[in-house]
Design a protein around this ligand. Sequence first.
Ligand code: PHE
Length: 347
Amino acid sequence: MKDKIEKLKAQLLAALKSAKTDEIVRNLEVDFMGRKGQFTDIMRGLKDLADEAKKTVGKLANQVKTEMELAIQKKYAELEVAELGEIADKEWIDVTVPGKKPLVGHRHLITKFMDDLEVIFSRMGFAVAAGPDIELEHYNFNQLNIPPDHPARDMQDTFWIKNLKETVLRTQTSPVQIRYMEAHEPPIRIISLGKTFRKDSDATHSPMFHQCEGLMVGENISMANLKAVLTHFMQQVFEDPSIKTRFRISYFPFVEPGLEVDCTCPICHGEGKTENVPCRLCKQTGWLEVGGAGMVHPKVLENVGYDTEKYTGFAFGMGLDRMIMIKYRINHLRMFFENDLRFIQQF
Ligand code: PHE
């Protein structure tokens, strides 16, 4: 019987040694130690032994039983450690590897530029006003002293909206002047930024472009104020305090006198050349045209019910697309509209 017990133990130990899974160990446990297991069978045989033998064999049986149970527990523990090790190997990550930056969108250069202009003008006390892109002829033309038969309408190749009478895509930001003056009393100081539309379309003109309108109306507003504001503005935009501006006489129906505004070329600093290389941007003139301006025509002030004896004002309108191209050294207008991420991500 003693032999039987030892043999059973040896069998179990051998079987455990080659067991690879929890399930196999559990089967062995049942097979050897369970209620109907082989070892339990032997234990049951003890009662048939003689008293003396019962004592010695019983002692051995108990001792071996403990050993076998311990061996099983030890195997369970071993398998668990092995399994954890395997998980650790499989799911190992290097927490010191640098992360990948997620792609984050940002404002388009044109939008960013317009936001920058708002900051520059707000520091000079200008509020920001807005008007609709789809505008009434009344605001885009009539109120600005451009009646239906006025030849100045031909200056602006207008998109008329089909089936909507007297409605256009605004050809300029100037209608915002009218909308704002109708709703406010002087003194006023505003800019308005946004999209404008005209029928030209070639390498240097897009049918949709951007303008910045300015308007200041109050008592004793003069052309000197206009010049000071525009000069400071151009210096801020090009981050160059040496920039100068000049006015040339021109014509816009809603201002009198009307002016073209030039600033010294930010590339050659008004020299017309850089280190003897002729400046291509300003065609060696040293000046760039940046927009139109003038003193608000009394008729326009009358149209919105302002007292023209008391109030005067100036207005200006500038194209932004070319200004952005010059500032950021962009060679082709189409870059703005192609949505090429390699371009967009640079700004
Ligand atoms: N609205 C004019 C244009 O688009 C520019 C301008 C604005 C001129 C204000 C004078 C005063 O050409």
